[in-house]
Design a protein around this ligand. Structure first.
Ligand code: F3S
Length: 286
């Protein structure tokens, strides 16, 4: 059986940077308590690895308010302005691992808001990255949406100067379609395509690969938004697409009559897990 692994599968630059920095902190700051504000990435095995080395995950602003010292790591998703203010006010040391591409969106929305623009974000309002972006705009001057019908319901005035940014992991084609629809309706919207290139490359590769194979495996956590998106787009090209978290999720029956398998993985999937799945599939006897 032929097994093809997408070149772009796994950690993106921003996630690798955050995970490597946390690893380094754990090794060097042995005398200090280390916290992450939210799980460092959406991957259970990575979170457990760090927990076993004494890292504590803070799940809310309230939990952040309870700590007295230590170092807080801000993950690649970034956070709103208020969290920095809180950390600075309380004199708590922090290590900012916000991905530079996410940081750029924070700067853009803050800058355009200062210029008097209304801010629109194409993305999932419950996702930590979008929550962080919203944290750089006034609540009464910003809204999120994911579909054309959701956009309609926002009630944006056509002549209001508005800027549109996207969650870095937003589906590229979906964003292009949304922009086309919005433009046709005559809104005064300045579109800033802030979708991360890593996401685009990974998604395009998954689309292509899924068309070339009999079965497709997408490796990643069920709660990782970019993994879910990879799963959705791969399923279009290859109906036999399966989402697995580790090699233990592999069900042998899915390989019956299959001659080729494509493998891709979300941005929070460690290389080790991709290799384990790949080896597991290659070692199967059919
Ligand atoms: Fe950054 Fe792009 Fe990854 S925004 S966290 S490099 S998906």
């Amino acid at each position: 059986m032929e097994v093809i692994v997408a070149k772009s599968a796994g950690f993106c630059f921003g996630v690798k940077r955050a995970v490597d920095s946390l690893e380094k902190l754990v090794e060097t700051k042995t005398d200090q308590k280390i916290y992450t504000y939210g799980p460092i990435i959406h991957n259970e095995s990575v979170i457990q690895h760090f927990e076993s080395r004494g890292v504590t995950v803070l799940h809310s602003k309230e939990e952040l308010l309870e700590i007295q010292d230590g170092i807080v790591v801000i993950r690649s998703h970034g956070v709103g302005k208020e969290i920095y203010e809180l950390l600075n006010y309380r004199g708590i040391e922090y290590c900012d691992m916000t991905c530079p591409f996410v940081r750029k969106i924070h700067d853009l929305v803050a800058e355009y808001e200062r210029k008097g623009c209304y801010i629109l974000i194409a993305g999932d309002k419950n996702h930590p990255e979008v929550q962080g972006i919203l944290g750089w705009c006034s609540p009464d001057n910003s809204q999120t949406f994911q579909t054309a019908s959701e956009f309609e319901k926002l009630g944006i005035e056509k002549d209001r100067s508005t800027v549109l940014v996207a969650q870095t992991t937003f589906n590229h084609n979906k964003f292009k379609n949304l922009v086309e629809i919005i433009n046709k309706k005559g809104y005064d919207i300045n579109v800033l395509d802030t979708i991360c290139n890593a996401t685009e490359v990974r998604q395009s590769e998954a689309i292509q690969l899924s068309k070339d194979v009999d079965a497709m495996l997408v490796i990643g956590s069920k709660n990782s938004s970019n993994t879910q998106k990879l799963f959705e787009i791969s399923r279009v090209g290859c109906p036999c697409t399966y989402l697995v978290q580790t090699s233990t999720d592999l069900d042998g029956s899915i390989f019956k009559g299959i001659k080729s398998v494509g493998i891709t993985a979300g941005a929070s999937t460690p290389k080790k897990i991709i290799e384990e799945v790949q080896t597991n599939v290659r070692n199967r006897k059919f």
